[in-house]
Write a protein that binds this ligand. Structure first.
Ligand code: DX5
Ligand code: ZN
Length: 211
């Protein structure tokens, strides 16, 4: 069954402890943490101290999505803060192979994210170093954007590249019950959702609708 990773980007930032407890009770499979640096993306969110402060409040895996220009500097901070998966952007990594090694050497699973215009071919020589591919189905930076349908083909292509390997495919951005079904059909294993989970306060119903 597909896993649902709610993004706390759409949560009430003044009540994050309560929010992640509610997400856990509502059946979330992991917590998606959108880290934005104001350089790689035109928005700024939070850093490792916040992730560390949330760590004791849930047993769910922390799925950290680094939308930052200098991942090599920040990866150790987020590993130490309790991330289970650390995903960096292929577009931001100067030496992607080395950066993936670094994530695994710190005991985390290694993810690579591709923005909508980046082809999956950039992963050709690093498949054996990847635990997760995050396909951005919007341009990174903001919640509440419209799903970019061209990314369904990319998900399907990555699915076929991953055959015989234990690599998870995650879709992130513009996920609602309709686009969730399309992503699942294309081969996604994990769906990230902000707006669709937090919309009307019925976290459990919204998560169930995405599955
Ligand atoms: C965008 C983030 C997403 C986003 C998802 O840069 O990576 O995780 O918050 O939000 P919705 O579900 O609102 O598109
Ligand atoms: Zn994200």
């Amino acid at each position: 069954m597909v896993k649902i990773a709610p993004s706390i980007l759409s949560a009430d930032f003044s009540n994050l402890e309560t929010e992640i407890r509610r997400l856990e009770q509502a059946g979330a499979d992991m917590i998606h943490l959108d880290v934005m640096d104001g350089h790689f993306v035109p928005n700024l969110t939070f850093g490792a101290p916040l992730v560390k402060s949330l760590r004791p409040h849930t047993g769910l895996p922390f799925d950290t999505h680094l939308m930052v220009d200098n991942p090599d500097m920040m990866i150790p901070w987020f590993a130490e803060a309790g991330s289970d998966i650390i995903t960096i952007h292929a577009e931001a990594a100067t030496h992607l192979d080395r950066t993936l090694d670094m994530i695994r050497s710190l005991g985390c699973q290694a993810g690579v994210s591709l923005t909508p215009s980046t082809p999956e071919s950039v992963l050709e020589y690093v498949w054996d170093k990847i635990d997760l591919v995050l396909v951005m189905t919007v341009n990174p930076g903001f919640g509440g954007q419209t799903f970019i349908a061209s990314q369904l083909e990319k998900i399907a292509r990555i699915k076929s590249c991953c055959e015989g390997r234990e690599i998870m495919i995650e879709a992130d951005g513009g996920i609602n019950p309709h686009t969730a079904a399309q992503c699942i059909a294309a081969g996604a294993d994990i769906l990230v959702a902000g707006t669709a989970v937090f919309a009307d306060g019925d976290y459990a119903g919204n998560i169930e609708a995405l599955r």
